[in-house]
Design a protein around this ligand. Structure first.
Ligand code: ADP
Length: 298
């Protein structure tokens, strides 16, 4: 299976250009769409989910034109939006039944089986009688996945699902997604680098409406191998170093500041080589796209 996005552009009526000529090829498995707030991720997710029109461009899933076959596409699409509202007074089980009926599963025993299986899969079986209004953030997100899975979707779109989850809930949620992602396309939009590095076979970085990098995380990280250097400094030294070098990140550690610098060669002997992480790649790429350069292509 493959989702092919070609030359997608969108400008909102207020003049904000949210997508600029976006082209991506997304194979089966988990695909991470990584970008800062305002990059255009939700716009892209909503367009693929047929909830919003683009100004130009096409999206095909195995030859089916998504933007011109919305009714058909909605039958095999699972979507978990960023703002996921629930009916607070309905139980998880009743709500899943309700959605399943809406999706055309009218046979009672078939529906009972499906709802039970989904509640087990998302680890909500024990809470099936609980009202959705009393669910924690993580439970709500897992319920969101359960409802998105009704109807055996081939394409699942999950927009910023881990924001606000505690580490345990986040892990549980991501494990659930990766199990699902073995046979279908799961697009995970996020601004959290670890969500992508932990799970995604393929990824793209989007910034200011443009795809700035796409590929397999390990291969993309490999391109920066030997080009990221670190040094521990005093906080007040940072501005002077930033004048001279491309500081891709700085973080506090035990009262000191550790900086990562992007350079083709070791800046001086006070630096040491870093095992490049996806975070290094992400920040390097965002910096480069802000300056109009794309170093990881080299
Ligand atoms: P992300 O999901 O990466 O945070 P969005 O797609 O939500 O990015 O937003 C991309 C840009 O489009 C932002 O500048 C945002 O303010 C703008 N935007 C999003 N939705 C609308 C809208 N309905 N009307 C006008 N501008 C919008």
């Amino acid at each position: 299976m493959q989702l092919v996005i070609k030359n997608l552009s969108k400008t909102y009526p207020n003049g904000v250009q949210a997508l600029r000529d976006v082209s991506l090829e997304i194979p089966t498995g988990m695909f991470g769409l990584l970008g800062p707030n305002g990059a255009g991720k939700s716009t892209l997710m909503r367009t693929i989910a047929t909830l919003q029109e683009a100004d130009a461009g096409t999206i095909h899933l195995d030859g089916t034109d998504i933007l011109n076959n919305k009714d058909e596409v909605r039958k095999w699409l699972g979507y978990l939006p960023q703002e996921f509202g629930v009916y607070p007074k309905v139980s998880a089980e009743d709500m899943l039944h309700h959605i399943a009926v809406l999706k055309g599963i009218t046979n009672n025993s078939e529906r009972n089986q499906l709802v039970d299986a989904l509640l087990h899969q998302t680890n909500l079986y024990q809470s099936r009688d609980k009202k959705l209004g009393g669910f924690s953030g993580g439970m709500k997100q897992r319920f969101g996945i359960a409802q998105a899975l009704i109807g055996n979707p081939r394409l699942i779109i999950v927009d910023e699902p881990t924001a606000g989850l505690d580490p345990t809930e986040r892990n549980r949620f991501l494990n659930l997604l990766s199990e699902i992602g073995e046979n279908v396309i799961v697009i995970l939009s996020t601004h959290i680098v670890e969500d992508v590095s932990d799970l995604c076979r393929n990824m793209a970085i989007i910034n200011k409406g443009e795809v700035v990098l796409a590929g397999e995380p390990a291969a993309l990280i490999g391109r920066l191998d030997g080009k990221i250097w670190k040094k521990t400094i005093e906080r007040n030294e940072l501005p002077a170093i930033e004048e001279k070098m491309k500081v891709v990140s700085s973080r506090l550690f035990a009262g000191k500041t550790i900086i990562h610098v992007h350079a083709d060669h070791i800046p001086d002997s006070s630096f040491s080589r870093v095992d490049v992480s996806l975070e290094d790649l992400y920040f390097t790429q965002l910096m480069a796209s802000a300056n109009g350069k794309v170093p990881a292509e080299g």
